[in-house]
Design a protein around this ligand. Structure first.
Ligand SMILES: [Ca+2]
Length: 526
């Protein structure tokens, strides 16, 4: 029993009698003895504002809204500002300065396109474990679970059965290369290290995959494979406790949908990209509904914890026709062909970088007005939708504003299933989930982000220190960037409109010291 729990018990003994303590302790033991099934549904680039329960009115998300109604919504969940570091934190329980992020994406596209040969590919990829790294799959296996991973891994190169096994997954089905995941019509996928060809899908001919806005009926849309395999897996494992990560590619861009799922096709007043994007959200919501329905059919719902989250914040570039980065607001970018609608003409005035504030380019308001988006560490880029449902254990229709991160998932699951944790930057949010015990709070949370106009970020007690681009001092024409530390008071300024670093310089100094602490290289446990 942890020290704070002992103190709490002592307090209860003194003021309420021993029986109450025994009851609480029995309840906690009961929760932990049950070995519930665990499913993480991990959406890709999904902003909180896209979902109905957060006020979205244009796109319908009934199944995800039902999860929120049946479970607990976390309103202060944070993740990395891009995909692979977020997955690394989910898989290791470490912040993204400490978690391993292996070979960058793209090599499998180059191999498939014939731009590199197998020998070059083998030389460039990373196919061995860093000593000391310990993964959530291994932890769940040791605790008696059968483990699986579906969809986008985007982490390491698990293209052999040995690699999958070394991450602790008994079963894997999906794509490994983050760049290959840009396509919903990939030329292949992997199942337990074996490459399965999809001959009706487009060939890859360049460094990035062929991304069709709307495919053809004869082709295979990747989400359909992950969902079918996941439903089969649940059928197969219904008698034993299973741990499953369902890492859908949806709704990561470029926007792409199958003809059968193009449900917003006839929507008036929307661009084609917006119609396709909205249909991808429909598809994601349908997948969530199918997984929940399968659990219901098999009588497993009562004993299954479902966590629904996104990896990073909202992404506008999948469907917004006006590029928020653009100097000229009339400049329209086509993400299918990677070209602008007109030549870029240098304006007379000195152009500056985008400052992260939006100007109506997003008709769905996926960040709910928050500054930034994916790749930028303003709130819009790192604030996640996050829901947990577990009937009779998690109170329905409840909310929590406790600050949680992607690197809290592993210690929370370990706490729940009595799993072994060797090292973590996270905390267990189990007490908040089941409304029992004292919730440990983060002293601070930290993300080492290397992209965009706002990068490394540390949040503590409502203050946010972020290394942001000085858009006036930086030169767009020469692509020279100047970064400085900015301070925002999130409690009073949630849209990050006013940098108060100069007014609170001692706070900046204090938080910069914490950045150094959070960013130090760690000695991994052996
Ligand atoms: Ca992502």
């Amino acid at each position: 029993m942890k020290k704070y729990q002992q103190l709490l018990c002592l307090f209860i003994i003194l003021f309420s009698g021993v029986a109450c303590v025994q009851e609480a302790s029995q309840n906690n033991a009961e929760v932990k003895d049950e070995k519930p099934n665990i499913i993480l549904i991990y959406a890709d680039d999904l902003g909180p504002g896209i979902l109905g329960y957060n006020g979205q009115t244009k796109i319908k998300t009934p199944n995800i809204d039902q999860l929120a109604k049946d479970g607990k919504v976390f309103t202060n969940a944070y993740g990395s500002n891009v995909c692979s570091p977020a997955r690394a934190s989910i898989l290791t329980g470490l912040n993204n300065a400490h978690a391993p992020v292996h070979t960058p994406g793209g090599l499998q596209c180059q191999l498939a396109a014939g731009l590199i040969d197998q020998a070059t590919f083998d030389k460039k990829i990373y196919r061995k474990q860093n000593e000391g790294h310990y993964y959530i799959g291994q932890m769940a296996q040791k605790a008696g679970y059968t483990t699986s991973y579906f969809g986008k891994l985007g982490f390491g190169y698990s293209d052999t059965a040995e690699m999958i096994d070394s991450y602790g997954f008994d079963y894997h089905c999906g794509l490994l290369d983050a760049v290959m995941c840009w396509s919903f019509y990939p030329p292949h996928y992997f199942e337990n290290g074996e490459r399965i060809l999809l001959p009706n899908n487009p060939k890859v001919t360049k460094k990035s995959p062929t991304c069709l806005l709307v495919g053809e009926d004869s082709m295979t849309y990747a989400e359909d494979i992950w969902l079918e395999k996941a439903l089969m897996y649940i059928d197969d494992k219904k008698e034993e406790p299973f741990f499953m990560i369902y890492a859908t590619q949806l709704p990561h861009g470029p926007a792409s949908i199958a003809p059968k799922d193009y449900v917003y096709k006839d929507q008036e007043g929307w661009t084609e990209l917006e119609k396709v994007y909205a249909s991808m959200i429909y598809k994601l919501d349908q997948s969530v509904g199918s997984l929940v329905q399968k659990l219901d059919e098999l009588g497993l719902s009562e004993n299954t914890l479902i966590v629904f989250a996104s990896d990073n914040g909202h992404e506008i570039q999948s469907y917004a026709t006006v590029n928020p980065h653009a100097i000229d607001p009339n400049l329209v970018y086509d993400y299918q062909t990677n070209t602008f609608n007109q030549p870029i003409v240098k304006p007379n005035t000195k152009p500056v970088f985008w400052d992260g504030h939006h100007s109506g380019e997003d008709i769905f308001n996926g960040t709910r007005g928050e500054r930034g988006m994916k790749r930028h560490s303003y709130q819009g880029g790192i604030h996640l939708p996050y829901i947990a449902k577990w009937p009779n254990k998690i109170k329905a229709s409840t909310k929590s504003d406790v600050v949680i991160t992607d690197y809290d998932f592993m210690p929370t699951i370990a706490d729940l299933i009595n799993g072994e944790i060797k090292q973590t930057d996270g905390i267990s949010y189990l007490p908040t989930l089941i409304d029992e015990g004292e919730q440990q709070k983060h002293d601070y949370i930290f993300f080492k982000n290397t992209t965009g106009v706002a990068r490394d970020v540390l949040i503590k007690d409502g203050w946010k220190l972020v290394n942001e681009k000085d858009v006036k001092a930086s030169d767009y024409t020469n692509n020279t960037s100047v970064y400085k530390w900015a301070l925002y008071d999130l409690s009073n300024d949630p849209y990050e409109k006013k940098n108060v670093a100069s007014e609170f310089s001692s706070k900046v100094i204090e938080m910069k010291k914490l950045v150094k602490k959070a960013n130090y290289p760690i000695q991994l446990a052996q």
